[in-house]
Design a protein around this ligand. Structure first.
Ligand SMILES: O=C(O)[C@H](O)[C@@H](O)[C@H](O)[C@H](O)COP(=O)(O)O
Length: 359
């Protein structure tokens, strides 16, 4: 079978292959994986031999230096070898969804517009606090409320300056409505809870009214918690706390995001079916490759409807992935962090020198 696929790839043009797979649904994983394996095989051949002159349609893919993922993952210890193989197999997303071409060119992200590089963590966190404070003032003045979505991870420590002078006094915290872009389905007191992380790192130090901190219902299943959270968002849209975008999704004033070492964002992981979710505002998963497995997450349409998105990526562990995010556009589903893009509104990556060393 692999032999016949290799043969197929040698004979087919890119368009031939996309026609073959364009009608396949995402559920045709074996087919997709097979196509991806083929792409990965080509990548390996093309970087090591005269095969590099053939099959140009596979050059632009998410298979560059897959070994770098394992270097990064050893730091965090949760990206398994299986997961790395899945990441390598992600060209299937392109083949089956037809929503992004493997041959497309540069990413829409522009270094001069979407990237800031700071000399030190202190400089980054100060500017980040300044930026958030300014957005908070603008939203509070404009509509009397500021809706903010938080992720977990190292992002929260990067926000700690907001809990210190001058911001702790100057920001009108009573206008804040705090949401979780993604949350682990655990008790709120559990060490894995993103709510607990944000409370310990920021919310316990500032005066956001507790009823405006929208934690998940931790008594529910993952599915129930996602449905419940979406219902809360819909209610808040009705009440005018959340605005609605032109395409009918909630429009948060600000989403604060981090990026995982595999390029995931929120709890949207490379190759996971949820990268294609368009109906739900909030979805659940029970198979997160990053523990814990049960989570809820905002979907891409909601993330990409925000008024502003700030990413934080610090440290050398983010360098390879950041290079990919700002590099060539990769197939749909391969690199979720690259698919976060605002056609209206500001999207800025706050990075330090170590994270942006390869840009
Ligand atoms: O709950 C989660 O796991 C997070 O929301 C996740 O999306 C996080 O933001 C990234 O994994 C980056 O985390 P680090 O900055 O700690 O690498």
């Amino acid at each position: 079978m692999p032999g016949s696929l290799l043969f197929l790839s040698l004979l087919s043009s890119p368009m031939d292959l996309s026609r073959v797979f364009s009608s396949a649904s995402y559920s045709l994983l074996p087919v997709r994986s097979f196509y991806c394996s083929l792409a990965f095989a080509h990548k390996t051949l093309s970087t090591t031999s005269h095969f590099s002159r053939g099959l140009p349609f596979l050059r632009s893919s998410c298979y560059n230096k897959p070994q770098q993922l394992s270097n990064q993952s050893s730091e965090r210890g949760w990206v398994s070898a299986t997961r790395q193989n899945q990441v390598r197999n992600l060209a299937a997303a392109n083949a089956a969804s037809g929503s992004s071409s493997i041959m497309e060119g540069a990413t829409k992200l522009q270094k001069d517009e979407n990237l800031r590089v700071y000399e030190s963590t202190a400089a980054l966190t100060k500017d980040l606090a300044e930026f958030v404070a300014q957005l908070s003032n603008e939203a509070a003045n404009k509509r009397g409320a500021f809706s903010v979505g938080l992720s977990g991870g190292s992002l929260i420590s990067a926000l700690e300056k907001l809990g210190e002078p001058p911001y702790v006094e100057s920001i009108d915290w009573s206008r804040w409505h705090v949401f979780w872009v993604d949350e682990r389905v655990v008790k709120k007191t559990h060490p894995d809870s993103n709510y607990k992380l944000a409370c310990d790192g920021l919310l316990s130090k500032v005066a956001v009214p507790p009823e405006q901190e929208y934690a998940i219902n931790d008594a529910l299943s993952a599915e129930g918690a996602a449905e419940d959270y979406e219902a809360i968002l819909k209610q808040l849209v009705k009440q005018g706390v959340l605005e609605i975008s032109a395409n009918g999704y909630p429009q948060f004033d600000l989403l604060l995001l981090g990026m995982g070492p595999d390029g995931h964002v929120a709890s949207l992981f490379p190759g996971h079916p949820l990268v294609n979710e368009k109906q739900k505002w909030v979805a659940h998963l029970v198979d997160s490759p990053k523990p814990p497995p049960e989570r809820i997450t905002f979907t891409f349409p909601v993330i990409n409807s925000a008024a502003n998105i700030l990413f934080v990526a610090m440290g050398s562990g983010k360098a390879d992935m950041l290079q990919r995010v700002f590099g060539e556009e990769v197939p749909h589903g391969c690199l979720p962090a690259q698919e976060v893009f605002l056609s209206h509104g500001k999207l800025i990556w706050f990075t330090d020198k170590a994270a942006s060393a390869k840009l």
